[in-house]
Ligand binder design. Structure first.
Ligand SMILES: [Zn+2]
Length: 172
């Protein structure tokens, strides 16, 4: 498989005004939906307040974070809610890279015991689909369908890396 987990990751500067974001600075991070990619944008406070309507519409999730100091160890900075949010927002995506992202998100959420695996099925396209539900979603939880893109271990590691880069964390 070609390397098609298209992400545009953070560059340490504001995506809008290109101001350098220094270590220790608080800023707003977003992940937006591109054509066949997820786009990470960082915004200084001033630009975060005046995002265009178009940019706001494409945002899948948004959080406040701090520019890490170079010596800081990589750790998961985003909340579980954000991961769940991204997982839900990608549910209608048909692009392979987004299906892969969603699958790896499902693995992460399963490891965190937030998402529970129920059974496997096959959709109209012949793809294997996992039926899952969120823990604590009541006696009749909403079914969460996750396409299994049949990634091997290396591919999962690659998608996890990409996810870690846009969501600021270690997903391995
Ligand atoms: Zn800015």
């Amino acid at each position: 498989m070609a390397k098609d987990y298209n992400i545009r990751k953070t560059s340490g500067q504001c995506s809008e005004c290109e101001t350098q974001l220094e270590p220790g600075t608080e800023f707003t991070a977003t992940v937006s939906e591109g054509q066949d990619e997820l786009i990470r944008n960082d915004y200084c406070d001033k630009c975060a307040e005046s995002l265009s309507e178009e940019a706001t519409k494409a945002v899948l999730c948004k959080w406040r974070t701090v520019v890490p100091h170079p010596e800081e160890k990589k750790k998961l900075l985003v909340s579980n809610d954000l991961l769940v949010n991204l997982f839900e927002r990608l549910s209608d995506s048909e692009e392979p890279s987004k299906i892969n992202f969603r699958y790896v998100l499902a693995l992460v959420l399963m490891r965190k015991k937030i998402l529970i695996y129920d059974r496997m099925g096959v959709n109209d396209e012949g793809q294997e689909v996992w039926s899952m539900h969120f823990k604590g979603a009541g006696p009749e939880p909403e079914e969460q369908l996750v396409i299994d893109p049949k990634l091997d271990e290396d591919q999962i590691a690659e998608v996890s890396d990409s996810l870690g880069e846009i969501m600021e964390g270690d997903f391995q």
